[in-house]
Design a protein around this ligand. Structure first.
Ligand code: CMP
Length: 138
């Protein structure tokens, strides 16, 4: 069944000019881009988006990194969207990610790991709604 997920092409990817390469990997896997925006996250937005991690020791640095430069946010659609995007992204830590995954090829570190993808259908809905009105998705 076709369903949705959400991605952020993170500041390190955008800074290095890898947005096009990252999003073309996503498109090549059959994801339809329902909505796409370039955004500079405010501290409040980054803290809100990653609120589930607020007690983690890396939270402050994560917010600093996610506000360090522009990102691209996108709502995506495909069969098995959440699991498939996570498969092609690879492990959170690029050094542990499988060969050929986005994080292995473009990530710098466990923090600066090139791309975010929703971890569940429920969070995909929440994360899409964080950045897009339903009327912006087509
Ligand atoms: P993401 O999939 O966007 O979800 C949470 C983010 O926190 C993660 O990618 C990394 O950018 C970051 N992160 C996760 N674990 C760590 C860690 N142990 N140290 C630093 N950053 C982390």
């Amino acid at each position: 069944m076709s369903n949705r997920t959400f991605t952020i092409v993170k500041p390190d990817s955008v800074r290095k000019g890898n947005f096009g390469k990252v999003i073309s990997r996503v498109e090549a896997e059959g994801f339809k881009i329902l909505g796409l925006k370039k955004a500079s996250l405010s501290q409040k937005q980054a803290e809100g988006f990653y609120a589930v991690h607020r007690e983690r020791p890396f939270f402050k640095d994560l917010v600093k990194y996610m506000t360090s430069g522009p990102v691209y946010v996108a709502a995506l659609e495909r069969d098995n969207a959440v699991a498939h995007l996570r498969k092609i992204m690879g492990a959170t830590d690029p050094t542990k990610a499988d060969a050929g995954t986005i994080r292995k090829d473009f990530g710098e570190s466990i923090e600066q790991n090139a791309i975010h993808g929703s971890d569940s259908d429920e969070n995909a809905k929440i994360e899409i709604a964080f950045f897009f009105a339903e009327s912006e998705l087509m």
